[in-house]
Design a protein around this ligand. Sequence first.
Ligand SMILES: Cc1cc2nc3c(=O)[nH]c(=O)nc-3n(C[C@H](O)[C@H](O)[C@H](O)COP(=O)(O)O)c2cc1C
Length: 181
Amino acid sequence: MSLLRRWLPPADAAPALMALSSLGCDGYPRVRHVLLSDADDTAVYFHTDSRSSKVAELTELPRAGIAVAWPQSGRQVVADGTVRRPSEESLRESFSRRTRYLQLLAWCNDHEMSALSPDERHRRWAEFDAAHPVLGPPDTWTGFAIDIREITFWRGDPDGPSQRIRFVRNDTSWTSEALPG
Ligand SMILES: Cc1cc2nc3c(=O)[nH]c(=O)nc-3n(C[C@H](O)[C@H](O)[C@H](O)COP(=O)(O)O)c2cc1C
């Protein structure tokens, strides 16, 4: 997990974008991109709207897969694990770290808004923005910690074959193996 943190952007930079997969309630895999909000010694965190499909899916089956790629530096991380809800305090703290635009999005991006014309959406957005100079998290703000079970680091090499190192977590330690491809 410390290697993962070394590959992620520093806390004061824009967060990495990760593909997040869950199992759809119809049995088909579902994937979308979310911001990777944080990573610690056991988990990767992301935040979302409690009304979204991913929340229903991860509540039904609390397992997720993720992938983050840095094509310019020839790097990719692929991982999976089980999900859990982080503490209320951590949720509030993560909201405070969101940009103003993303805070507004968390408040304004609902079903009702999505059905309006672009002009009306912009009008309501500007009105809400002007009326709320400081925002705390809405009731719909939520997030997940993905406790990482298996993580694979891929490194490209312009002078030779790419290489992957896969780490698998056991009860108290990790095992690792080098893989091609
Ligand atoms: C660059 C980018 C960043 C995004 N970040 C998030 C995010 O951090 N959280 C989130 O819920 N959705 C984020 N989205 C939107 C999701 O990709 C997705 O459309 C939305 O969460 C609904 O997904 P669902 O219906 O599968 O739950 C982002 C989309 C893009 C393109």
